[in-house]
Design a protein around this ligand. Structure first.
Ligand SMILES: CC(C)(COP(=O)(O)OP(=O)(O)OC[C@H]1O[C@@H](n2cnc3c(N)ncnc32)[C@H](O)[C@@H]1OP(=O)(O)O)[C@@H](O)C(=O)NCCC(=O)NCCS
Length: 241
């Protein structure tokens, strides 16, 4: 296990966070091959894709950006992994302290502004690495499977993005970042959930996601139909008693 420390990301670190995501998902079938077929030609545009997404969701009070950082010999911190966790459900907006209420209030004001600003940003600096037909394929697929997070599965800590720098993979960083959300889910008495990328089912099973229920490519007309992977995993509440 590496000597990494987990903490909340700062807004000023989002460029580095985006770079970690771009590197980690470089060879992914969805974010790499399908969304960014020209990534080798325009690598910096892939960073911008992730940065624009992060700059909007960072202000959503339900989201937590958790970074895994390591210090080098000079004491300089380096982000080696990132997990983007969201508290879904009715209790998603509730926070324990007045500091969180203040952050929620500020975030609710800033998110629409950043959303608009990033639209302009994408218009000024289009993503040349992407296929314009598939760049928003994930957003277009949500209506086909989001109902899975309903009824008894409505309350959940959802792991939206998990990325570890390729050179730090296999050292326990991913497991630590998963553990962060599993502990929150356990404390809240709710599920933890994740949509597993192709080839990552084994990792999530090892980390404690014991139940597979649903797949994000399901549903007639789903633009993700035929994409490999996307099994949805859950931690069964009864397993964690
Ligand atoms: C998937 C990912 C987050 C795993 O992080 P990691 O830091 O390399 O994983 P860890 O070192 O914490 O591994 C924990 C355990 O899972 C195992 N594991 C890691 N990747 C695995 C995989 N793809 N399949 C099966 N087991 C895997 C490890 O061998 C380890 O097992 P052990 O405890 O028995 O030794 C990382 O490889 C990554 O960023 N991949 C690219 C981006 C991605 O696909 N993210 C997931 C999106 S859903």
């Amino acid at each position: 296990m590496s000597h990494t420390v987990l903490r909340n990301a700062c807004y000023s670190e989002l460029s580095e966070v985006a770079h970690v995501m771009a590197r980690a998902f470089w060879d992914d079938n969805l974010f790499g091959d399908i969304i960014h077929p020209k990534r080798n030609q325009y690598p910096d545009d892939v960073d911008l894709y992730w940065l624009r997404r992060a700059r909007v969701s960072f202000w959503d009070s339900r989201w937590r950006f958790i970074v895994a950082v390591e210090k080098d010999n000079t004491g300089h911190e380096r982000i080696v992994g990132i997990a983007q966790w969201a508290r879904l459900g009715e209790d998603g907006g509730k926070r324990e302290s007045s500091y969180w209420y203040l952050q929620t209030y500020i975030g609710d004001l800033l998110k629409p502004f950043f959303s608009f600003a990033m639209m302009i940003h994408a218009w000024l600096w289009p993503n040349r690495a992407s296929d314009p037909m598939t760049e928003d394929i994930i957003e277009r697929s949500y209506p086909y499977f989001h109902t899975i997070w309903s009824d008894k599965r409505a309350e959940s800590w959802f792991l939206d993005v998990l990325a570890v720098m390729p050179e730090s993979q296999g050292t326990g960083v991913g497991r630590k970042l998963v553990q962060w959300g599993l502990e929150r889910a356990e404390a809240d008495g709710v599920y933890a959930s994740v949509i597993s990328a192709f080839g990552k089912d084994g990792f999530y099973c090892k980390c404690g996601f014991s139940e597979q229920y649903g797949n994000a490519t399901e549903g007639e007309g789903n633009p993700l139909a035929g994409v490999k992977g996307a099994n949805i995993y859950w931690t069964a509440i009864r397993d964690r008693v």
